[in-house]
Structures are given as structure tokens and as C-alpha cells.
Ligand binder design. Structure first.
Ligand SMILES: Nc1ncnc2c1ncn2[C@@H]1O[C@H](COP(=O)(O)OP(=O)(O)O)[C@@H](O)[C@H]1O
Ligand SMILES: [Mg+2]
Length: 453
């Protein structure tokens, strides 16, 4: 005891782990206003959850608030940041742009703390994808040192909060080169609609303030005056009860998952639900320690609400790849269903006396015909299936998914292709037959439909 530990670095450490005011003032002017505001409680709980990663061996990751400007996204980041620090010219919150220049330094400095990254719009999609990926992975690039040996790459473990007008996936797709966020990226950076649906932007309960605008301005000012103490107090209780952390968190998480994660949810969903569970646990622990001035259950309710909003925006509890596969094929048919599919049978256009009219299909990908049930079926030739309809996707996996949903007819041999007679082919050819359900049905199962048991 009484040992002084000095951290020696190459230069001055540019951190914002400063303190101002007191814990009581923070509770009075910042913390209590989160009550009834799911996004604020979630953001604050995330701040408390960061130091739980290590004792619970949880993985790094983050939440991204997505939504229109002036809805309170940056405010939420400032509020969460006030748990850890503030002050100086920039306060605690960093920007995506500043971070892209020195990601490893910034991330390393926030190890086991909260990192707030504002305004994803300031960096291009490719960069955002790389930053997000590295942040969540917890390791930087490995580089050669001056002597040519591989230098160990920087490592960190942290939780981050981010804001932007687009989701990470949309941001990555923004440059139009067909890049997509990997499902793994989407699991580690959980995208939450900033708008809480109460007509007040990110907020739901204004605590008597005359407008959401005034509420947001109060929060930003107050968080700029009272900061840093909550994390110190929380860390003290954690250190005093270090061995109890993992079992306590596990208890809260098990309870959260039992109530909020459907038993048949896919693995990606349960991983995200576990992240929300960890954050809920942190918020409840900060409440029990009388640091977050909330009633017990507040943090859990907020996490549960945000998880549901995430699921709602994501479109169900099935793997992201499956919804993506169905969406891609559906979009292709919507775009090209008439222009690039030659009509056959009684769908083929005829003139006044019943003679077929030349259809002039350029870049034909297949045919369309009336199905027995009266809808329209789309027949896609194998080459076009692979290179056009399923471009950028695993064509065989897409076929499997569609067949399982009844959007693709399978042959008696179980194969996803069927031998069919087609105009202008002498012999029957193999093709993929999409049922009319591809345009209408195949809505992903919704979260609301599930019974939790
Ligand atoms: N929910 C809201 N409704 C109306 N005005 C808001 C809301 N949230 C914030 N504002 C106003 O917008 C300004 C910017 O808030 P900020 O949190 O930076 O928004 P964002 O990051 O979503 O663009 C605030 O100072 C406030 O005047
Ligand atoms: Mg902003």
C-alpha cells in the first residue's frame, strides 16, 4: 500500500479523465435527467459497463446512435462521457475524424474506459468501416519497426458510443462500390435508432423542461460542469468487491437474456442481446452503489427498450445474411422484373389478332410466366443467377434460404434448379424458379410475434 505507480510514456498523455464538481452535483444536474429516457440511460450504463469487460472477459464493441441532426445524439455522448471526464477545449467526446488519424493512440488511451466518437459523417465509408472494425477487434495494425522486425500491434479493450446520420452499414455502402458491412461488424457495433419515437427526438421524458431543445441544452451545459466523479466512485466499489463482479454481472445478464432474448434467436442476435445485458447489469450495479440516481430496474428497462428498437430496425431475429439475401433478390426482381425477363405463355404480349409481339429484351436474365396459382414466376438462368441476381452474395446459400422460405421452387431431387422448356432453347434447361412470394411474402419474423419462454 502507499506505493506510487508512475506511467511513463513517450509524450504527454492527452487524456480527458478530469473531474469537476462533485458526485452529488452530477447526480442532481445530469444523472437524474436520464430517468425515463432509454437512450440516455443506455448511454450512461455503457459508460459504467466499460470497466466490466475485463473482469467478465467480455468483448469490445459499441453502440451507434443513428438519426437526423439536432435530435440529441451528440448530447447523449456528452452525457455519457461525463461519467469519465470532460473539460479542456474538447471535453471528453472525440470525433470520428480526429480519431481516424490516430486511432491506435486514442483507442489505447481509452482502454477499459468509454470512448465517445461523434459524427461518423466526417469520415468516408471505407474509413468508418475500418475504424469500427479495428475498434471492436481490439487490435491495431501490425507494423514493421525501424529495424524491420514486426512491432507488436497496439491492443485495447473498450466500449464505445458513436453518433451519425447513417448506420454503419449504410455508411460503408455510401461510396456506391458495393461494399457491405460484414455481419460480424454489425454485431459488434450495434445500431440504435436515435429517435425514441416519442416525438422528442432522442428523448422521451423532459422532466418539466419546456422543450426537447431546452432539455438538450441543459444536459450539455450541466455535463460540461459536472463530470468525472461517477466513474471514480464506481471503480472504487468494483475494486472493493472485485471477486463478486463476474458472478453479479452474470446474474443480471442471465435474467436479462431470459426476459429479452427469444430462445430461438440466431447467434448474432444473442450476442447483441448479451451486450445489452452487460450494459443493463452495469447500470443496475451503478444504481445499487448509489452512483446512478435511478430506481432499480431503470437500466434494465432502458436496455430492453433499445434492444427491441435495434431488432425492429434490423427486421427480425434471423441472421442478417438471410434478410440480406431475400432483400437483394427482391430488389433485383423489382428493378428488372419486366425489363430483363422475357414474358412467356399467356403473359407474352400479343397484337390485336393474337399474334405474339417481339419483346426485344436486352441483357435477358430469364423468363417470367403465370404460375398455377395465378401469380407471376420468374425463371432465372444459372449464369445470370450467380453473376447478376446474387452478385456479391453466396449464390448457393441464397438459393437455400429462398427455398426454405418457399420463394424458390425445388426439384423432386431437392435441387434448387428445375429443368424447364423455355422459348428459344431446343432442349429443357436448368433454371432457378422464383415464386411470386419473393415480392410479397418472406417478411422476416418480427420480434413482437415471438413468445418469450
Ligand atoms: N430532441 C431534440 N429536439 C429538439 N432540439 C434538439 C433535440 N436535441 C437537440 N436539440 C437541439 O439541437 C442542438 C444540437 O444537439 P445535438 O445533441 O448536438 O444534436 P445531434 O448530435 O443529434 O445533431 C442542441 O443544442 C439543441 O438545441
Ligand atoms: Mg451531433
Amino acid at each position: 500500500m502507499g506505493e506510487r505507480i508512475i506511467l511513463q510514456t513517450n509524450g504527454a498523455v492527452d487524456h480527458a479523465l478530469r473531474e469537476a464538481g462533485t458526485l452529488e452535483q452530477w447526480q442532481e444536474h445530469v444523472g437524474r435527467y436520464a430517468v425515463g429516457n432509454s437512450r440516455l440511460v443506455l448511454a450512461l450504463s455503457t459508460a459504467f459497463a466499460a470497466p466490466l469487460l475485463y473482469p467478465t472477459s467480455a468483448e469490445s464493441g459499441g453502440f451507434h446512435f443513428r438519426g437526423a441532426s439536432s435530435t440529441g445524439k451528440s448530447t447523449a455522448l456528452v452525457v455519457a462521457g461525463s461519467v469519465w471526464g470532460g473539460g479542456g477545449i474538447r471535453g471528453y467526446v472525440r470525433t470520428w475524424r480526429a480519431t481516424s488519424n490516430g486511432l491506435e493512440g486514442v483507442a489505447g488511451m481509452h482502454c477499459d474506459c468509454l470512448l465517445c466518437l461523434d459524427e461518423m459523417g466526417q469520415v468516408d465509408g471505407r474509413e468508418a468501416g475500418q475504424i469500427a472494425y479495428m475498434l471492436a477487434n481490439g487490435v491495431g495494425k501490425s507494423r514493421a519497426s525501424r529495424s524491420g522486425e514486426a512491432r507488436p500491434s497496439a491492443e485495447w479493450r473498450l466500449l464505445f458510443l458513436s453518433s451519425g446520420e447513417l448506420s454503419l452499414a449504410d455508411k460503408i455502402a455510401e461510396d456506391g462500390r458495393g461494399r457491405k458491412a460484414a455481419a460480424g461488424q454489425q454485431v459488434r457495433i450495434v445500431d440504435i435508432p436515435a429517435d425514441a419515437g416519442a416525438g422528442l427526438g432522442l428523448f422521451e421524458n423532459l422532466h418539466g423542461f419546456p422543450s426537447a431543445d431546452a432539455f438538450a441544452r441543459h444536459l450539455k451545459t450541466a455535463a460540461g460542469e459536472h463530470y468525472g466523479h461517477p466513474s471514480r466512485h464506481f471503480l472504487r466499489t468494483l475494486v472493493d468487491n472485485f471477486d463478486a463482479i463476474a458472478p453479479t454481472v452474470k446474474g443480471f445478464m442471465d435474467e436479462f437474456l431470459a426476459e429479452n432474448c427469444p430462445a430461438d434467436a440466431d447467434g448474432q442476435v444473442s450476442r447483441v442481446a448479451a451486450r445489452f445485458g452487460l450494459v443493463a447489469a452495469a447500470g443496475e450495479m451503478a444504481t445499487m452503489a448509489s452512483i446512478a440516481p435511478w430506481e432499480s430496474g431503470e437500466a434494465t428497462r432502458a436496455a430492453s427498450r433499445c434492444l427491441q428498437d435495434w431488432l425492429g430496425a434490423r427486421g427480425g431475429i434471423e441472421p442478417a445474411e438471410e434478410s440480406e439475401a431475400i432483400g437483394a433478390v427482391r430488389r433485383f426482381i423489382e428493378l428488372h422484373g419486366t425489363s430483363r425477363f422475357e414474358a412467356m405463355g399467356d403473359l407474352a404480349p400479343k397484337d390485336g389478332i393474337g399474334s405474339p409481339i417481339d419483346q426485344r429484351i436486352s441483357n435477358r436474365v430469364g423468363f417470367r410466366r403465370r404460375s398455377d396459382a395465378g401469380g407471376t414466376e420468374y425463371l432465372v438462368l444459372p449464369e445470370a443467377w450467380r453473376t447478376e441476381v446474387c452478385s456479391g452474395l453466396d449464390a448457393a446459400a441464397v438459393a437455400k434460404t429462398l427455398a426454405r422460405r418457399g420463394c424458390l421452387v425445388t426439384g423432386n431431387d431437392g435441387k434448387p434448379q428445375i429443368k424447364t422448356r423455355l422459348p428459344s432453347f431446343a432442349n429443357p434447361v436448368r433454371c432457378y424458379v422464383l415464386t411470386s412470394d419473393i415480392l410479397g411474402e418472406a417478411e422476416p419474423r418480427t420480434y413482437a410475434d415471438r413468445d418469450f419462454g
